[in-house]
Write a protein that binds this ligand. Structure first.
Ligand code: GAL
Length: 467
């Protein structure tokens, strides 16, 4: 009895001391995490204060204002006869995305305004410089820009921006009854600009192949999401792109090279990177000159990332699987103050969906998901990435911390009429969703893409050499 009592007492004592120690340990851990958290954020702000001249802070604030958008669409009319309605019952409710994709709907007309509202240097005069997301955008000849799924290279040698993208200026059709809408390969277009607003057509710099049916670029195949980077060692411009067959089963990447940013590019070959299927993809050149490929893999269920060889013409053996099981595509990668960021979309073909922002301390991962970067507009716009899909993020020289988010508003009813949604993207403030590995503390600064019906880069953003 006594022994039992003693025993129970002492075990009670152990238990109390144990819980006191563990409570202490928890408090120490919380204190430590709070210190790490505040330290990193205070220093983050320090760095921003040093890097951004105050005039830029004032000017870029305008871009960061959350602008509301309102639209109201009457429910689509049921055009069936009263007898048909009686027989089949009331029509099923359609979603706004269905309406958006349906050429005959008012929603579609709203998001694809006609040529009357087109913008461009010939119409607006050279001093407008306003971006109008979703409106037709004309080049310096007055023609709609054809550079879809594109990306931008800033070329130091010519102090010029080059925009490369899919030329989809042909008829849209379905190869089979249930297959995705498509346009035959025409090639990769290139446009040049000093100010990111007036774009001069430099022509098709990589051409599709008309006759040789065995060629990767035969018009019956698929060429998507071309991106170009410059190799300082070989003095060559290297293009990587998604190469596929009509059914998207080839799932490969293609490589082309040129001595000049305006081509012509010579097509080299296609491959399955690291022997894996690869669909939506991008490449990224880091500050140290190392380049990487990022591609959607294993039927788009995960992304793979790996360094390219020094000449940028091949992949190396190194590869990491990231965002495994997340089903993300359309990756757009960028870097700010030593941290890597990426915007991706969900996998719903040409239909828009909700974007996600991701961050990583090392480009090879681990990558963490921070939530939806879209700010302003309204809920529908934010849940559809403003009815568009990411393709690239352009760093603005002269405005550190400010980027342009480039996205495609696809029009699968008429792919050549797909629009561009360019919006300001900034980094700062706290991420709004807790992350997996940070004990509930948001650790990365928030990535924000701000909705604007019309916006321009702040006056004086251009550096000396691009003027
Ligand atoms: C999307 C992809 C586009 C294009 C499209 C075809 O998922 O991002 O680049 O491939 O599917 O349906």
């Amino acid at each position: 009895m006594t022994i039992r009592n003693k025993h129970s007492k002492s075990s009670a004592f152990h238990c109390n001391a144990g819980s006191r120690y563990s409570a202490l340990a928890v408090w120490i851990l919380i204190g430590f995490l709070l210190m790490v958290y505040f330290y990193s954020h205070v220093h983050q702000n320090d760095k921003e204060d040093i890097l951004l001249p105050s005039s830029h802070l004032v000017n870029t604030r305008e871009l960061e204002e959350a602008e509301e958008a309102r639209f109201y669409f009457a429910p689509p009319k049921d055009r069936r006869s009263p007898r048909a309605v009686k027989r089949k019952g009331p029509r099923k409710q359609t979603s706004i995305i269905h309406e958006f994709l349906d050429e005959s709907s008012q929603v579609h007309a709203y998001f694809f305004p006609n040529r009357k509202t087109a913008i461009g240097p010939l119409k607006e005069g050279n001093d407008s410089m306003y971006f109008y997301p979703g409106q037709l955008w004309l080049d310096t000849d007055g023609n709609p820009i054809q550079a879809h799924g594109g990306g931008i290279l800033y070329d130091d040698k010519t102090a010029t921006y080059y925009w490369y993208g899919e030329n989809k200026n042909g008829p849209t059709y379905h190869a089979y009854k249930k297959s995705a809408a498509r346009v035959d390969i025409i090639g990769v277009s290139c446009y040049s600009s000093k100010d990111l607003w007036r774009w001069t057509n430099e022509g098709v710099v990589l051409r599709g192949e008309e006759t040789n049916i065995t060629h990767d670029l035969h018009k019956s195949n698929v060429l998507e999401r071309p991106k170009v980077i410059y190799n300082d060692k070989t003095d060559q411009y290297i293009m990587w792109m998604h190469i596929d067959d009509v059914n998207y089963t080839k799932a490969s990447v293609g490589v082309a090279i040129s001595d000049s940013p305006t081509g012509p590019f010579t097509y080299l070959y296609s491959m399955r990177p690291h022997y894996w299927d690869s669909r939506d993809m991008t490449i990224f050149k880091d500050d140290d000159g190392k380049a990487y490929i990022i591609y959607s893999c294993r039927d788009n269920s995960e992304l793979h990332i790996g360094p390219l060889t020094d000449d940028y013409l091949n992949v190396t053996r190194v590869m990491k699987r990231i965002l495994v099981g997340r089903h993300r595509e359309a990756p757009a990668l960028f870097k700010h103050q030593g941290i890597y960021y990426m915007i991706t979309s969900g996998c719903t073909g040409w239909a828009p969906n909700r974007a996600q922002a991701h961050a990583a301390e090392s480009i090879m991962g681990p990558w963490e998901t921070m939530g939806n970067p879209c700010v302003g507009g309204n809920m529908v716009l934010r849940l559809t990435t403003f009815f568009s899909q990411s393709t690239f993020v352009v760093p603005i020289r002269g405005l550190p911390g400010t980027f342009i988010f480039m996205a495609d508003r696809w029009n699968p009813a008429e792919l050549k009429d797909s629009r561009y949604v360019w919006l300001p993207l900034t980094i700062g403030g706290l991420a709004d969703e807790p992350l997996e590995y940070s004990f509930g503390f948001p650790y990365w600064p928030r990535v924000s893409i701000y909705w604007h019906k019309r916006w321009r880069l702040p006056e004086g953003w251009r550096t000396e050499e691009t003027r």
